[in-house]
Write a new protein. Structure first.
Lengths: 399, 257
C-alpha cells in the first residue's frame, strides 16, 4: 500500500485509525515500511482548498498524531520521564536519611518538576499551535512576575503595550508572515511604542527607568521567549530533516540539563565562586563542567537529530552546544542580577519549592534567538528556519 | 514608584487566597481591566435599572485618601457609593467587606479582590491590629474606603447605631470622612432576596468631616462614630423631607432629633 494521506477526521472510526492504529502500525513495522508515512508535503486535497488551511499547515499546527514521529523526540521524552521517575524513587529511598522539613521541600520541588515537564512536553508534542499558545502563556506569566518584582506593574499603560506585543509576537509566529518579517519587526516596534505611550503621561521624572524596565521586560520575555514559537514553524528542516518537536525539546531540555550539570559539578568539585556578588552559589568549576557536558550532549544528540542537513557537521554542532550552555548560564545570571538589584530572593511564589516561574525558566531567556539565527545561518540556502513551510497562514491565502 | 528605585510588589511572596485576603495586596493590569468593566457595567445598570440620583456630588473630595460612610441596607450600597466616583479612581477604591462573606472561599476571595478590590474585615475577630493596618494604609498611600459603620446590613430597613471602627481609622488624622445616605437600596435589594428588583435608588452626599482635633483613643473613636451617625441621620431626614415635599404631603413623622 502506498503512503496514506491525512483527511480531517469526520468519524470516530477514522479518528481511531489516525490516532491509534496507524501510529502503532508505524512503530511495529518501522517508519520506512509502514503503510503510513509522514511528510506527504504539498498534499492539496480538494476538500481543503480555499479558506481552509492546507493539509501541511494543519498537520503542523494540530497534528498530534505526529507527536512521536521523530526518534529523537521519543528518546528525549523517554529520558526525561525516566529521569523524573528515578529522582522520585531516590527521594523516597533517601527519605529516612533526611529531615522531615527538607524532605517536604525536596518532594514539593519534585512534584513541581513533574507538573512543569507535563505542561512543557504535552503542548510541544501536541502541535505547533499548542506550542505557540504555551509559549505565549509562558511569556505572559514570566512578564507578570518580572513586572511585579521590579515595580513596573504599577505602570499600567506600559504593561498593556507589552502584553499587546506578546500577543502580536504569537500572532506573527502563528501567521508565519513572509520570512518572519512581522516577527522581527515587533522587537523595535514594540520598544518604540513603549517609549511613545510613556510620553503623554507628562511625568519626566523616572521616565528612563520606566521605559527601560519596559523595553528590557519585552526583550527578555516577549521577544526572546517568543522565538520558541518561531521554531514551531519548522515543518521539516531543510526539506528532509526533523520537524520542530525534537529541536524545541532539545533546546529546552538542553538548557534544563545545563543548569543541572552546573549545580552538580559545582557541588562536587566547585570552589572558586564565579560572580560572588551576583550569585554566590555558582562556581567556575560548575560553569566549565556544564559547558563541557552540555556541549558533549548537544553534539551527540544533534548528530542524530540533524543528520542529512548542513548542520550535521562537528563545527556547527559543537558551536550549538556551547551556545546553549553559555547563554543558558548567562540567562540564569541575568535573572540573578535582576533579583539582586531588586533585593528579593525569589521572583515570585508560583511554584512550590522553586519560587517563581522565572526562577525556573531564567536560563531559557537568552537562548532561543541565538539558536534560531545560528541554525538559520548554518542552514545556508535552506534557511531560515521554517522556510519549508507556507507563509502568511492567517493573513494570506490560507497557507 | 519612586524615581530610580525599584520597588517590588508588597505581596510578592503571597499566592492565591493568601494574596487576595492580604491588606498589602497590589494589583496589576488584569485587575485594572476587570474593574473597568465591572464599574462601567455597574454605573450603567444603576442608571438604567434603578434610576440612580446623586445629590451633593460637589462634596466629594477631589483626591484620595478619604472615606465614604453610609447606612447599610443591601449589597447594592457599595456599588452605589463607588459609582459616584470617577472611573479613574477604581484602583484606589477599596470597599471594606465582611471577610466571612466575601473572602470565605478562595474563588470568592479572588473575585472580591480582583473585581471589587475589597479589603476583608473579619467581623468575628475584628482586632485592633487589623484596623491599625487599615489606618496605616489610608495614611501611607492614596486610598478611598467604603465603610458601613453599622457593621452589617439592616434587616428591617431602620438604621442601626454606628460602631467605633471608623473612629479607630480616622481619629487624629486629616483624612476627610464623607457621610452619605442611601435610600431605596433596601427596597431594591433586600437582604433576603437573591436578585435586585427594579426600584429607584438615590444617594445624598454630605459635607466631609475631618477628625484631626480628636485623640486616637476610645473617647475620640466614639465621638467620630457619634458625629457621623448624626450626619447620616440628618441626611436621611433631608431626603425624607424632600420626598414628602415633592409629593405634596405633610410630613408624617417628626424631623430627626
Amino acid at each position: 500500500m502506498g503512503p496514506r494521506n491525512y483527511r480531517l477526521a469526520n468519524s470516530w472510526r477514522e479518528w481511531r485509525l489516525r490516532a491509534v492504529v496507524l501510529p502503532a502500525d508505524r512503530y511495529i513495522h518501522g517508519a520506512a515500511t509502514s503503510r503510513y508515512q509522514w511528510g506527504d508535503d504539498d498534499d492539496q486535497s480538494p476538500a481543503s482548498g480555499g479558506k481552509h488551511l492546507n493539509l501541511t499547515t494543519r498537520e503542523r499546527l494540530f497534528g498530534y498524531e505526529r507527536a512521536l514521529d521523530h526518534p529523537v523526540s521519543v528518546e528525549i521524552v523517554a529520558c526525561v520521564i525516566v529521569g523524573l521517575a528515578i529522582a522520585g524513587v531516590l527521594i523516597l529511598v533517601l527519605r529516612s536519611r533526611m529531615r522531615e522539613q527538607s524532605y517536604r521541600v525536596v518532594f514539593a520541588r519534585w512534584r513541581s518538576w513533574c507538573w512543569l515537564v507535563g505542561v512543557i512536553i504535552v503542548p510541544v508534542l501536541a502541535g505547533a499551535a499548542w506550542t505557540m499558545l504555551a509559549v505565549m502563556l509562558l511569556s505572559l506569566l514570566c512578564f507578570r512576575e518580572y513586572s511585579r518584582a521590579t515595580g513596573l506593574f504599577r505602570e499600567k499603560t506600559i504593561c498593556a503595550v507589552i502584553v499587546l506585543g506578546i500577543l502580536m509576537v504569537t500572532f506573527a509566529a502563528l501567521d508565519h508572515w513572509q520570512d518572519d518579517r512581522l516577527f522581527f519587526a515587533l522587537g523595535p516596534l514594540t520598544a518604540a511604542l513603549i517609549v511613545i505611550v510613556s510620553i503623554p503621561q507628562d511625568r519626566p521624572r523616572g521616565f528612563i527607568q520606566r521605559v527601560a524596565l519596559g523595553v528590557l521586560g519585552f526583550a527578555l520575555f516577549g521577544f526572546s521567549l517568543g522565538y520558541i514559537s518561531n521554531f514551531a514553524n519548522i515543518g521539516r528542516l531543510a526539506g528532509s530533516g526533523p520537524d520542530y518537536r525534537p529541536i524545541v525539546l532539545l533546546l529546552i531540555v538542553g538548557v534544563g540539563l545545563n543548569d543541572l550539570f552546573a549545580e552538580l559539578v559545582g557541588k562536587l568539585v566547585g570552589r572558586r565562586p564565579l560572580l560572588p556578588s551576583t550569585s554566590p552559589r555558582k562556581t567556575w568549576a560548575g560553569a566549565i563542567g556544564a559547558l563541557l557536558l552540555t556541549t558533549l550532549l548537544v553534539t551527540l544528540v544533534g548528530h542524530r537529530l540533524f543528520a542529512g542537513t548542513p548542520i550535521d557537521h562537528p563545527g556547527w554542532l559543537i558551536g550549538l552546544g556551547m551556545l546553549i550552555s553559555l547563554l543558558g548560564q548567562l540567562g540564569s545570571l541575568t535573572l540573578s542580577s535582576i533579583k539582586r538589584d531588586v533585593g528579593v530572593k525569589d521572583i515570585g511564589a508560583t511554584l512550590p519549592g522553586h519560587g517563581g516561574l522565572l526562577d525556573r525558566f531564567d536560563s531559557l531567556v537568552l537562548v532561543p534567538p541565538a539558536v534560531y539565527h545560528y541554525l538559520s545561518l548554518a542552514l545556508g540556502e535552506n534557511g531560515p528556519l521554517g522556510a519549508d513551510q507556507p507563509y502568511r497562514i492567517l493573513t494570506g491565502s490560507g497557507g | 514608584m519612586e524615581d530610580w528605585r525599584l520597588e517590588p510588589a508588597r505581596d510578592l511572596e503571597l499566592v492565591g487566597a493568601d494574596r487576595h485576603r492580604s491588606y498589602y495586596r497590589e494589583s496589576g493590569l488584569v485587575a485594572n481591566i476587570a474593574r473597568f468593566g465591572w464599574w462601567t457595567m455597574m454605573r450603567a445598570s444603576l442608571k438604567v435599572l434603578h434610576r440612580l440620583k446623586v445629590h451633593g456630588r460637589e462634596h466629594l473630595p477631589q483626591y484620595p485618601s478619604f472615606v465614604l460612610v453610609a447606612n447599610h441596607a443591601s449589597h447594592l450600597d457599595a456599588m452605589v457609593l463607588g459609582s459616584t466616583l470617577p472611573l479613574r479612581l477604581r484602583d484606589q477604591l477599596f470597599p471594606l467587606a465582611a471577610g466571612d462573606v466575601f473572602f470565605h472561599t478562595p474563588a470568592l476571595a479572588a473575585f472580591s479582590a480582583t473585581v471589587l478590590n475589597a479589603l476583608p474585615v473579619w467581623r468575628k475577630k475584628v482586632g485592633a491590629h487589623a484596623i491599625r493596618k487599615l489606618r496605616e494604609r489610608l495614611i501611607d498611600e492614596p486610598s478611598i474606603y467604603i465603610l458601613f459603620p453599622e457593621g452589617g446590613r439592616t434587616r428591617d430597613g431602620s438604621m442601626k447605631p454606628f460602631k467605633s471602627g471608623i473612629g479607630m481609622m480616622t481619629a487624629g488624622t486629616s483624612i476627610p470622612v464623607v457621610p452619605c445616605h442611601l435610600s431605596g437600596t433596601f427596597e431594591a435589594f433586600p437582604p433576603e432576596s437573591f436578585i435586585p428588583r427594579l426600584h429607584r435608588v438615590s444617594i445624598r452626599i454630605g459635607k466631609p468631616r475631618t477628625f484631626e482635633h480628636l485623640e486616637n483613643r476610645r473617647p475620640g473613636w466614639d465621638e467620630v462614630s457619634r458625629t457621623l451617625e448624626t450626619d447620616v441621620r440628618a441626611l436621611a431626614a433631608t431626603t425624607a423631607g424632600r420626598n414628602t415635599n415633592t409629593t405634596n404631603k405633610p410630613p408624617t413623622t417628626d424631623p430627626a432629633p
